[in-house]
Design a protein around this ligand. Structure first.
Ligand SMILES: NC(=O)c1ccc[n+]([C@@H]2O[C@H](COP(=O)([O-])OP(=O)(O)OC[C@H]3O[C@@H](n4cnc5c(N)ncnc54)[C@H](O)[C@@H]3O)[C@@H](O)[C@H]2O)c1
Length: 90
């Protein structure tokens, strides 16, 4: 089973990414977001299918346990905001 961690997942692009992953059959999706601009409402329709963690990606201690075991990582950054998708396939 693959595990996906989407940072900024409560934002505009992140929440769309979460929906895309679920549409493609992902069953283990973890959102990391500090809700500085993201909103829980963006994930309202999928909240029962995902895990949401309020954390800051700049704090290693907060996110390390959430991404532990990741084999692959994609990162996109723009304007100081980051989106990180970590996929784990085993
Ligand atoms: N929306 C667009 O059409 C578009 C187009 C091109 C580029 N971008 C860029 O892509 C990025 C994301 O865009 P968006 O529209 O999804 O923005 P957004 O503000 O809706 O989403 C960003 C998310 O990241 C979260 N976040 C910010 N800092 C964080 C941190 N330190 N730790 C954890 N979570 C954090 C926010 O709470 C929010 O949920 C932005 O940098 C934006 O400039 C967006």
């Amino acid at each position: 089973m693959s595990k996906y961690v989407v940072t900024g997942g409560a934002g505009f692009i992140g929440s769309a990414l979460v929906r895309g992953l679920l549409r493609q059959g992902a069953s283990n999706v973890v959102v990391i977001d500090n809700f500085s601009s993201g909103r829980a409402e963006n994930l309202e329709d999928v909240v029962s299918s995902i895990e949401i963690e309020r954390a800051d990606i700049r704090c290693y201690d907060q996110i390390a346990p959430l991404v532990r075991g990741a084999l692959r990582r994609w990162r996109r950054e723009a304007g100081g905001l980051c989106g990180v998708l970590v996929g784990v396939r085993r």
